[in-house]
Write a protein that binds this ligand. Structure first.
Ligand code: GLV
Length: 329
């Protein structure tokens, strides 16, 4: 009998997904869930033809060079800025991600964060928990209107469109968007969304929502200059990636009330959070959980596992990010 191919599961995942992988592969897994250093990850990758990773594992030229046997890395995330995709392609390594299965769940969370930010949900809860609530007042935690206001969405991919549909159809919002490319007329009509320049969006939106993938071009899409263009009553929500926002500049703008409030699920250098963000009250902070429902995280783990099985047994990943030559199983 031929021995099973060896794979690495670099972080803890659902035991049932691990069990299904173990039927096809020899599996080394990291159920203790410590985040390995690049050197440790490179070492664990030795002898493995496939790996399941999350956003915390960097796949770069040095790791690929030390592991010429590697054929596929399946990321359990839709974002893949932890992958050097050109280096993977050059090394003949398939890259895959988990699109679609998290779109609606992540759009739900974007909306939750927008509402929590605009309506000051966590700030007021902290006040209550601290025992400071002694009476009703006419302007207590008066926030920004959500329904009927103007949302500006930067990054109009699948998740951005999900937010636009919720905003337009559920909350009667006026939807503006900015994206590298314009949507088709059909999609614009379905999302009731109007394409505008980034500057027009920043100047007119009551709520700015960031859903753009991270890349060198999208680094600091929002910095001091952009914050200065926003309305003083506006809110900013980042469910995209750390690094899309200049967190130090945002902390300054929040402290100075240059904008009203922000909601952040992702951070530069996470899991570290800029210390000045922790000091300002007008920011809602969550630990990168936008896709985290049990159903969606299970679907993401399963899709990443299915990519490994599909590629290593049939030579075709289900949701590939690159085209590699000589990919036959
Ligand atoms: C999460 O951030 C993802 O990219 O899926």
């Amino acid at each position: 009998m031929m021995s099973k191919p060896s794979i690495l599961v670099a972080r803890a995942i659902f035991p049932e997904v691990l069990q299904s992988l173990a039927q096809v592969f020899e599996v080394e897994s990291n159920q203790s869930d410590e985040v390995w250093s690049p050197a440790e990850l490179t070492r664990r990758m030795q002898g493995k033809v496939g790996a399941l990773t999350t956003g915390s594992e960097r796949i770069d030229a040095a790791l690929l060079q030390a592991n010429p046997q590697l054929r596929i890395v399946a990321n359990m995330a839709v974002g893949f800025n932890n992958f050097d995709v050109p280096a993977m392609t050059a090394a003949g390594v398939q890259a895959s991600n988990t699109p679609d299965v998290l779109t609606e769940t992540t759009a739900d969370f974007g909306f939750a964060l927008l509402m929590a930010t605009a309506r000051r949900i966590t700030e007021s809860e902290h006040y209550l928990r601290a025992g400071l609530w002694t009476k009703w007042s006419y302007d207590m935690f008066a926030g920004a209107e959500v329904h009927g206001s103007t949302i500006g969405i930067i990054g109009m991919g699948r998740i951005g469109q999900g937010i636009a549909r919720r905003a337009a159809h559920g909350f009667g919002m006026n939807v503006l968007y900015h994206n590298r490319s314009r949507l088709s007329a059909e999609l614009e009509a379905e999302c009731k969304a109007r394409y505008v320049s980034k500057q027009a969006l920043l100047q007119s939106a009551d709520h700015v929502m960031l859903v753009v993938p991270y890349s060198a071009e999208s680094h600091h899409t929002i910095g001091a200059a952009e914050l200065a263009q926003m309305k003083p009553t506006a809110t900013l929500v980042n469910i995209a990636r750390g690094g899309i926002v200049d967190d130090a500049a945002l902390a300054k703008a929040l402290a100075a009330r240059q904008i009203a409030a922000a909601g952040l699920d992702v951070f530069e250098g996470e899991p570290s959070v800029h210390p000045d963000l922790l000091k300002v009250p007008n920011v809602v902070l969550t630990p990168h959980i936008a896709s985290s429902t049990v159903k969606t995280r299970l679907a993401m783990a399963q899709l990443a596992a299915d990519n490994l099985v599909a590629y290593l047994t049939r030579g075709q990943a289900l949701t590939p990010l690159n085209t590699v030559t000589g990919s036959a199983a």
